[in-house]
Design a binder for this molecule. Structure first.
Ligand SMILES: [Mg+2]
Length: 339
């Protein structure tokens, strides 16, 4: 019978998220593919240092029990390398204590397209293009950001989620950003407080993680000495009265989280610095940039606000490449002088 992943939490992780590839990536960028291949071969037994998502992946794997039935988490390496240059990455798993044996190498392609083949509910990578491509194909993904976070190697895993645009869709966020601001948003949330929120890009991962959380509750009930390993938090800019719909949606999904922060616009980094999550997911780069100083973060480039940001960026590039007024006048004068 084939090995089934159906009832497990499956995560696809790129080597750029799992390990620190600064040195080899620099060789690739500055000296090209041939030198990169040579460099990787020469260093194939040099164990790679831990990357941004390492603490998360290590702790998720620690939720696995001994028996196959208790093996509840599966992590698959999804790599842009080919098998030759990727050998160093696989060689770095065991010495780093990671039980990761399955891998996909696609020689420069985007490995995210294989997420469904593995029933994966999350793809983590440092590659902006790959993550954007995944989200545009309705695949759950996050782009990890560099962080100054120092892991303390405590066994507890803390995972923190923004709510709108991550666990749920961006329908409420749209009202806030483009449909009348805070007042209109709060009015809509009061009117829809009992309406379960439509689901967002990372809901499958959130729900699977919540199943593991429930499993821990059952283990604790069986054995009072069992020490829980997983905490889940929601860290959102919402505050009362917009908090009620969050709570009612969680009830409807049958999901309990340990912690919730309804911040009403207070900078998320302030609570994340204290909470010390091993990953925080948010759909807005503005929140991620502040939070990434204090915690490993993943940007989920989903929804209308990211589309608007992309259009603004394109517009900015268009403006910066256009001739400035002085140049236009000079051109105009030139035209005049021709006459
Ligand atoms: Mg959001």
């Amino acid at each position: 019978m084939p090995f089934s992943l159906k009832h497990k939490l499956v995560i696809g992780v790129a080597s750029s998220a799992l390990f620190d590839l600064t040195e080899s990536h620099s060789v690739y960028l500055t000296r090209g593919v041939a030198d990169y291949r040579k460099f990787q071969r020469e260093h194939e037994n040099d164990v790679l240092a831990r990357g941004i998502a390492f603490g998360l992946i290590q702790r998720l794997l620690s939720l696995n029990g001994e028996s196959e039935q208790d093996r509840v988490v599966e992590v698959i390496l999804l790599s842009r390398n080919d098998p030759d240059t990727g050998l160093r990455v696989l060689n770095s798993m065991k010495p780093n204590g990671l039980d990761i044996t399955r891998a996909v190498f696609v020689s420069g392609g985007n490995p995210c397209i294989f997420l469904k083949a593995f029933d994966a509910s999350l793809f983590l990578s440092a590659n902006e293009h790959d993550v954007k491509s995944a989200i545009s194909q309705n695949l759950p993904a996050g782009r990890v950001f560099p962080t100054e976070f120092v892991d303390d190697d405590e066994p507890e895993l803390r995972v923190a989620f923004d709510f709108d645009g991550v666990i749920t869709d961006d329908s409420a966020e749209l009202v806030f950003q483009f449909g009348g601001g805070l007042k209109a948003f709060q009015q809509m949330e009061i009117e829809n407080a009992t309406v379960v929120h439509p689901l967002g890009p990372l809901f499958p991962f959130f729900a699977k993680l919540a199943e593991l959380h429930e499993r821990e509750t059952a283990l604790k009930e069986k054995d009072s000495k069992y020490k829980r390993k997983l905490r889940i938090a929601i860290v959102t800019a919402r505050n009362a009265p917009a908090h009620e719909r969050v709570v009612r949606s969680l009830r409807a999904w049958g999901i309990n989280v340990d912690d919730a922060f309804f911040l009403g616009g207070i900078e998320k980094a302030r609570v994340l610095e204290v909470y010390r999550p091993h990953i925080f997911f948010d759909d807005q780069v503005g929140h991620i940039e502040g939070a990434a100083r204090v915690a490993p973060c993943a940007h989920v480039p989903f929804g209308a606000s990211n589309e608007a940001a992309k259009k603004l960026q394109e517009f900015g590039e268009l403006i910066s490449s256009a001739p400035v007024v002085g140049e236009l006048n000079a051109q105009g004068d030139g035209e005049k002088n021709k006459k």
